[in-house]
Ligand binder design. Structure first.
Ligand SMILES: Cc1cc2nc3c(=O)[nH]c(=O)nc-3n(C[C@H](O)[C@H](O)[C@H](O)COP(=O)(O)O)c2cc1C
Length: 489
């Protein structure tokens, strides 16, 4: 990543002789509006030696992507990423002829327009981000049915409101793998936070620490796991994989231990052929490898069709691994092991037998395989099979405090959220992500209070209706309130 004053030039794409794109992230919308035109013209002038009038700038503002179209008569052969970064860095921002931004009542950064729920955060982020980045984060696999189903299922589970149960004080804290967290809401592993904010995972780690919760750092982080480890004393797990090279598997765990992480999280649902994410295929999305893999020759990840597409870290993963390999890892990792990507009771039981300390029931946000069961539907079966031998967590589709409550009621110790971390960071950096966590936490507190719970420990399946007690046409026939009953929709 290359910084340009208040901006960060994150990457360039689609460099052809007459067209280049530079993604620029600003801290706020007014900065963007003031700097966009001036910076882009200056970069082009520096690169190609053309005058301001010769450059046609197109940008779908407020998206933070600048696309230059270079006049045909200019010889642009041989210009590459490095040249563009160099030119962007060389622009003296203080000398740019900045225009005051037009102020309108509907400016999205105005205080009165602050999002008040996670859906509004997503909408605001959609306005701010380049389309290819927004699509990469928001999408699911193929028809995105599992993504939508998660919302339908969470919305269809009904709460049993209770009253007069002394809810004058409420304690949302719990422990995860022995560490106290202020609320049962953690941050999912997700690659490259610099795609939405210049500070990337540094901002995420600070937000998690400030809110008293845990960040699970992705192996595909934009800063090294050591840099994030040193950023805060807060709770951190490091997510990686079972690699073909067993030494690398252990080396990653040792690096995490040395850098102060509490646990390693092994993601098990990384397929041997690319997941079919059609928005990114259309956008020809491509991703650089993380600095965590420096020196290992990991290629870029191209979200193209076909088996010859480069698959980044996927090239290193052992797709022949079995439960014996996981068992080996839990014995040698030197840190508690959590596995992620479990959707079946049998796999939950096998994971527990392999010695893991935690299990994340996860449909990977519907990003890997479409039309799987959603994680909230799979949760009761996994909780039952694990039978207390490991802590069970849930991700995929958490957007409301009521979702958190329902997952806890069905046996999760805590939940994690993925996409909303990007929406918070995109809208307001570290403060935006803190606000996202605060919103979820406050909504959970309200739900707990009106369902008669002053601590998370007492929340159980008797707080839910898994189908309507009265309206069969909406949600089934009987009114099972036990987790052993199937969800009916
Ligand atoms: C942009 C993005 C990148 C992700 N990268 C990873 C990753 O590197 N490792 C991983 O185990 N899961 C990754 N995930 C999946 C999340 O950890 C999580 O399972 C999912 O986002 C949860 O669903 P939600 O987004 O609906 O909350 C990623 C998700 C997103 C949206």
């Amino acid at each position: 990543m290359t910084r340009v004053g208040d901006l960060a030039v994150v990457r360039t794409k689609n460099v052809s002789p007459f067209e280049l794109c530079v993604d620029v992230l600003c801290h706020d919308r007014p900065s963007y509006e003031r700097l966009l035109a001036a910076l882009s013209v200056a970069v082009v002038a520096r690169l190609y030696g053309v005058a301001e009038a010769d450059c046609e700038l197109s940008s779908s503002a407020p998206a933070l992507a600048i696309k230059f179209t270079i006049p045909r008569e200019v010889d642009a052969g041989g210009v590459g990423d490095r040249d563009i970064f160099g030119a962007a860095q060389a622009v003296p921002l203080q000398e740019l002829p900045l225009q005051e931004p037009p102020r309108t009542e509907s400016s999205p950064m105005e205080p009165q327009a602050t999002p008040i729920n996670l859906f509004e955060y997503q909408e605001r982020a959609r306005e701010l981000l380049p389309k290819h980045e927004y699509d990469f984060i928001a999408q699911g696999a193929t028809d995105e049915i599992t993504v939508r189903r998660a919302r339908t299922v969470f919305d269809s589970i009904l709460l049993r409101q209770r009253v007069l149960r002394d809810i004058a004080t409420r304690d949302l804290s719990t422990t995860v793998l022995g560490r106290r967290v202020e609320c049962p809401i953690m941050i999912c592993p997700a690659g490259f936070h610099t795609r939405v904010t210049p500070d990337g995972e540094l901002a995420t780690a600070r937000a998690a620490h400030a809110m008293g919760t845990v960040i699970v750092l992705s192996n595909s982080s934009s800063h090294t796991l050591e840099d994030i480890g040193a950023a805060t004393p807060g709770g951190k797990w490091f997510q990686h994989y079972l690699y073909r090279d067993r030494d690398l598997t252990l080396t990653m765990a040792k690096r995490a231990a040395d850098a102060g992480y509490d646990a390693v999280c092994i993601t098990l649902d990384f397929p041997p052929v690319p997941p079919k994410r059609e928005r990114s295929i259309r956008n020809r999305y491509s991703q650089e490898p993380s600095p965590n893999y420096a020196g290992l020759g990991v290629p870029r990840y191209d979200y193209g069709l076909g088996h010859d597409a480069m698959r980044g870290v996927g090239e290193l993963i052992d797709h022949s691994a079995t439960w014996d390999d996981l068992h080996w890892f839990t014995e040698h990792a030197g840190l508690p092991v959590v596995v992620k990507g479990i959707l079946a009771g049998e796999d939950g039981a096998l994971a527990a037998e392999s010695g893991v300390r935690g299990i994340v029931v996860s449909a990977h946000g519907g990003r890997q395989l479409d039309t799987t069961v959603t994680s909230i539907e799979a949760l009761p079966e996994v909780v039952s099979a694990v039978a207390g031998r490991a802590e069970v967590f849930l991700d995929s589709g958490i957007r409301r405090g009521t979702d958190v409550f329902k997952a806890l009621a069905l046996g999760a110790r805590a939940v994690l959220f993925g996409r909303p971390l990007f929406w918070g960071l995109a809208v307001g950096g570290e403060a935006g992500l803190r606000d996202v966590i605060q919103i979820l936490r406050d909504e959970l507190e309200l739900t707990m209070a009106l369902c008669g719970h002053s601590t998370t420990a007492t929340i159980g399946p008797d707080s839910l209706y898994l189908s309507s007690p009265l309206v069969p046409s909406l949600s089934g026939t009987a009114h099972p309130t036990s987790v052993s009953g199937a969800l009916r929709f």
